[in-house]
Design a protein around this ligand. Structure first.
Ligand code: FA5
Length: 333
């Protein structure tokens, strides 16, 4: 027989015999057969080793040692098992070692959210929550997105059947956490300094950086004399706190109906700038819609993609990995 095949066959039958041995006698028989010094099967393998060509001997010799060590250690652990005094109560051997429970880890995105809250907490921002099922008032109207605006297109949103919802109007899975700006300002007079982290939903085409369900961190600060300079400082400090001092962040002029002026926020990842969020100064129309006086207070707001930051920190190049529930991936965090 070819040496490698012989080793495989030896290993297979030794493992089977040792595991099946139920008494000290049976185990001893297996020992003699597979590891016996005089005429055990190990001796035959050794002979085989003598016949292989010199240049192959090192590799095959290694395999021989591996197999031998494995069978020896299996034998000794089976020996210990058989030697163990048994105490059987009601058919259960209470001396059997316990099963070690497998302890899970928090999902990487959950960990990221906790860390974001922690960092923003240090900057004085309190974390608040809002519902994932929203009405059009909070997802659009109060955010200065009028009735005919394309952002409301049913093809760009997950509208759901409105059965049993008290407002009566259409409801949808929120497409942005900006809804929580409105909910917070509706119930709290200024000053405000909050973040809100949670899931949002969009029927986007999936790719390496887009998922239909993802997470955003919304930030809102409203007070007297809040400025764009403060917004940029908070975002730059946040990025550095999460990704390290050397992270590069840039702001590009952009448009959102609920902020004026508006910017898009990018960060450098290797050689490429990747978009991580939108931000701007809260539009006076939004302040008015919640009963604030835009002459008395100003505010900034931002919405950042949680996954994108987490991906950059851990060099994850494909957002889908977070949602495939492959334990081999998730265990790494
Ligand atoms: C918004 O959602 C605005 N609400 C942000 C905002 C808040 C602007 C407050 C001004 C004031 P945008 O659609 O660009 O903006 O999304 C923000 C971020 O969410 C993106 O930069 C990206 O990081 C992330 N994002 C958007 N779509 C997806 C997606 N399909 N999968 C993963 N992340 C996404």
């Amino acid at each position: 027989m070819e040496p490698n095949a012989a080793f495989d066959e030896y290993e297979r039958s030794a493992v089977a015999a040792i595991s099946a041995a139920a008494t000290a006698e049976q185990l001893e028989a297996a020992r003699v057969e597979f590891l016996g010094k005089k005429q055990g099967r190990l001796k035959d393998l050794q002979k085989l080793l003598g016949q292989v060509a010199a240049e192959e001997r090192r590799v095959i010799g290694q395999r021989f040692n591996e197999v031998k060590t494995k069978v020896e250690s299996l034998l000794s652990s089976r020996q210990k098992e058989l030697d163990r005094p048994k105490r059987v109560i009601a058919g259960i051997d209470i001396t059997l070692p316990g099963r070690t429970p497998k302890i899970g880890v928090l999902h990487p995105i959950t960990q990221t959210i906790e860390e974001f809250k922690d960092i923003m907490g240090r900057f004085g921002f309190t974390a608040v929550e809002g519902p994932e099922i929203e009405d059009e008032q909070h997802n659009f109207t109060a955010l200065n997105i009028p009735a005919e605006h394309p952002a409301r297109d049913p093809l760009d949103n997950f509208y759901i059947a409105a059965a049993g919802v008290s407002s009566g109007g259409p409801v949808l899975l929120r497409s942005q956490t900006s809804t929580v700006q409105i909910r917070t300002m509706e119930r709290t007079p200024p000053p405000i300094r909050i973040v809100s982290l949670g899931r949002v939903y969009r029927p986007d085409t999936q790719d390496d950086t887009h998922s239909c369900m993802f997470h955003q961190m919304e930030g809102l600060m409203v007070d007297r004399d809040v400025t764009m300079a403060q917004l940029k400082t908070v975002l730059a400090l946040f990025a550095k706190a999460y990704l390290g001092e050397d992270v590069k962040v840039r702001f590009r002029p952009s448009f959102f109906p609920f902020t004026e002026p508006s910017v898009e926020v990018d960060m450098l990842w290797g050689e490429t700038w990747i978009e991580v969020g939108g931000a701007g100064m809260v539009d006076p129309n939004v302040l008015r819609a919640v009963g604030y006086d835009p002459e008395a207070v100003t505010g900034f707001a931002f919405g950042l993609g949680v996954e994108r930051f987490c991906m950059r920190r851990h060099e994850v190049r494909n957002i889908r990995l977070f949602y495939e529930n492959d334990a081999r991936f998730l265990r790494q965090f």
